[in-house]
Design a protein around this ligand. Structure first.
Ligand code: DI6
Ligand code: FE
Length: 399
């Protein structure tokens, strides 16, 4: 990325998690980093030069961060969608051997190239919507080779694109058929073989689990977290999505980067998140697609000052969504976030949920990931339903 100066921009810097607008702003970029941000009137004349990018008064924001996706998978679940509309519940389909297991079969059967091709299309859609950093989970392989394959594919998607990818090992997503009725043994496999292998290969940045009646118990989740800790990996958790098993408090106890979903989290869970500094990730796409009615405790999270993120949860079963701006709209309409909270939840706070302090805010010293929008008001980004796209994406590229 060449040294350049952005001028005449309406900068939504997101400093302090607020819009923090700089009117008639300028931003100097050097070596892929922001060197200076402020009003044009205070611009050091020595920074001016030939390499100026004129925003003509348009809105500029940090690049968006999608901090929770399962976008590496093969096939689709349209048939299951039809079954649910005909009356079957998500849990019933899962218990009957459909759900995650049906995607697991397609994913195990796919070659690495095929998987990269299918998954790359979903990633490209996210990028077109302004996502410059994305987290991708495994969890549709559920055996040693297939889980590592999914993580390798996730990592491989970064190179040809101007995007940063963080990978998360979600071996504890569901019990695969070969371990049916032996979930504790499957957890032993995850702890003793999968986590060590992923850590040794350097393929995972974090470890996640699905703590749920149809997933893993709190005791099993605890074993997974302990193994992650032994291998120096941070944790995050699918917590309290369909029922309250105390997942938020468990995540907090292990200093998780984030606790995700949280529809059924109670006051004690929110307080535990606050104490541990764990970020709350809200996933309105899954709430919408499953036609859930139990709302996450947004008012309580706000009151306790727990940072809230918004992510797509892009996955075939509960959130086939590839627009983060649409997720922002849903977070506002369904969960009553303000458009400002939704934007903070897809920039500065979302970066924190990935343990990344170097992005998500337009500030000197941060990465120069930024977006120019055909918009004036930052609330416009969450306002449209179909997902607005930036007119320009400027990013130093991978890593
Ligand atoms: N919770 C979810 O919403 C997704 N995974 C999870 O743990 C669903 C994954 C799927 O149905 O394929
Ligand atoms: Fe998820």
């Amino acid at each position: 990325m060449p040294r350049h100066l952005l001028v005449n921009a309406r900068l939504a810097t997101l400093r302090g998690g607020r819009y923090s607008i700089v009117e008639k702003g300028a931003m100097a970029v050097d070596g892929g980093k922001i060197e200076w941000v402020g009003p044009m009137a205070e611009l050091d004349p020595r920074l001016r030069g030939d390499d100026e990018l004129d925003a003509h008064g348009a809105l500029v924001t940090p690049g968006l961060v999608d901090c929770h996706t399962h976008l590496v998978f093969a096939g689709n679940r349209a048939r299951e969608f039809e079954m649910r509309l005909a009356g079957a519940t998500y849990e019933e389909i899962a218990r009957a051997g459909g759900g995650i297991v049906s995607t697991m079969k397609a994913t195990r059967a796919a070659s690495e190239a095929q998987l990269a091709e299918e998954s790359g299309r979903r990633l490209d859609a996210l990028i077109e919507g302004g996502v410059t950093t994305v987290e991708i989970k495994s969890g549709y392989g559920l055996d040693l080779e297939s889980e590592l394959k999914c993580l390798r594919v996730a990592r491989s998607l970064e190179q040809p694109r101007a995007v940063s990818i963080r990978t998360t090992l979600l071996g504890a997503h569901t019990v695969p058929p070969e371990y049916r009725g032996r979930s504790d043994e499957y957890v032993s496999f995850v702890c003793e073989q999968l986590i060590p292998a992923a850590a040794k290969a350097g393929l995972a940045d974090a470890v996640d689990a699905f703590c749920e009646g149809i997933g893993f118990s709190p005791q099993q989740t605890r074993r997974v977290f302990e193994a992650a800790r032994t291998h120096g990996l941070r944790v995050k958790l699918h917590a309290d999505q369909l029922s309250n098993l105390g997942g938020a408090a468990l995540a907090a106890e292990f200093g998780a980067l984030s606790a995700d979903h949280l529809e059924h989290t109670d006051e004690a869970g929110v307080q535990a998140l606050r104490r541990s500094g764990t970020v709350a990730v809200l996933l309105p796409g899954a709430f919408y697609f499953l036609r859930e009615t139990k709302l996450p405790p947004v008012e309580s999270l706000r009151r306790h000052g727990v940072p809230m993120d918004v992510a797509t949860d892009c996955n075939p079963g509960t959130s086939p969504l590839t627009s983060l701006a649409t997720a922002m709209n849903m977070a506002c309409t369904l969960f009553r976030l303000t458009p400002e909270e939704a934007l903070a939840g897809t920039t500065i706070h979302a970066a924190n949920a990935l343990g990344l302090e170097d992005r998500g805010v337009l500030e000197a010293g941060k990465r120069a990931d930024y977006l120019i929008w055909d918009a004036e008001d930052p609330a416009e980004l969450a306002w449209t339903i179909a997902g607005r796209r930036p007119t320009r994406i400027i990013t130093p590229g991978a890593h």
